[in-house]
Design a binder for this molecule. Sequence first.
Ligand code: G3I
Length: 336
Amino acid sequence: MKSLLFCLLLAAPMVAHGQGPFLKDRYKFPIGASLNPRLLAENEAYHKVATSEFTSVTAENHMKMMLVHPEANRFDFSRGDEIVEFAQSTQKRVHGHTLVWHNQVPKWMNEFSGDTQAWENMLKNHIQTVAKHYKGQVAGWDVVNESFLDDGTLRPSIWSKNIPDYIAKSFQWAHEADPNAILFYNDYGQDGKPKKMQAILNLVKDLQARNIPIHGLGLQMHININAKNEEILSVINQSKATGLAIHFSELDIAVNPKNDSTFVYDETAIKAQQEKFELVFKSYQNLPKHQQYGITFWNVSDRDSWLRGYFKRPKEYPLLFDDTYTRKPIYSNLLN
Ligand code: G3I
C-alpha cells in the first residue's frame, strides 16, 4: 500500500506537465506562448509544458533587432533558430516578433548616421535579411511594434526621426521579402486610450488605401485585474471591424499591478483574474473564425513572466501555470 502511494506521488507531476484535457484542444484557434531558448534548453519542466500545451510559439526576445543584428555587418540567428527548431520538431506554428521597434535596438543602430537614403537602406536590409532568413518558417510577423503614444501621436524614435513614412515602408519591405507572411501591426494598452486606438485604426485605413500590405492587428493584452471590461471589449470590437486577422499577442493578466510587497494572491485576486481571463477568451472565441490568428501568452509560468524579471515585481502571478509549472485552477475554468 505504502509503495503504491509512493508511486502515485511520483506520478503526480506528470499530470501537471503534459496530460489533457488541453486548452489547445478545447479552442479552435492556436494557443501560443512566447519562449526563452535558455529556459527551453535548461529547464525540463518548462520544456515539457511548452511542448504539450501550445500550438504556436513566439520568441520572447530572440528575433528582435538587438539580438539578431548585433553589429552592422553581422546577424546572429542562432537563438531564434533554436525556437524555430523546437517549434518544428513539436509541430507548432512560429510567429515572428518583431522587425521594427524603438526598444531593444543595437547600439550601432542607435548611433547610426547618414541621410534619409542611408537610413532607409539600413532598415530595409535589416527587415529583409531577417524576413528572408525565416521565410517559410514563420506564419506571420509583428512588422512594426508600439509606434504610437497614448495620445495617438507617432512615438519619437530613431525610425520616426530618420525615415519618413517608416511604418508603410517597413510593411512593404517585409512583404517583398516574404510575400506569404501575415503582417501585423502590434501594440499595447489600447483599452482606455481612445486616441491611441484611433491612431492604429487610421494607420490601417491609410495603409489599405495605399495598397500597402497589412493583414493583422496584434493586441498585446498586457492587462491587469482592474482593467475595465467595456474598454477591453470596445478595443476588440473596433479591431474586429477592420476585418483583419486579430492576434492577442502577449497575454498576461497582472494581479498586483502596484507591486505591493504585502500582496497576497488570495481568493479575491484569483477570482478577479479568472473573470478577466474568461472575458478575454470568450470575446476572442466570438470573433469570426477567419480573424482568429490565436492567443499567445507572454511566456509559460508565473516565474518566467517579464513582470517578475524585467519589471522586478516578485509578487506577480499573471499566467496560467504556477511557479512549479502546475496548471492553476483558472486553466480548468477556461476548459469549461
Ligand atoms: O539576457 C540578458 C542577460 O544576459 C543580462 O545579464 C541581463 C541583465 O540585464 O539582461 C538580459 O536581457 C534581458 C532580456 O529581457 C532577457 O531576459 C534584458 O535586459 C531585458 O531588457 C529584456 O526584457 C524584455 C523586454 O521586452 C525589453 O523591453 C523582456 O524579456 C520581454 O518580455 C519584453 O517583451 C516586450 C515585447 O517584446 C513587446 N511588448 C511588451 C513586452 C513586455 O515589455
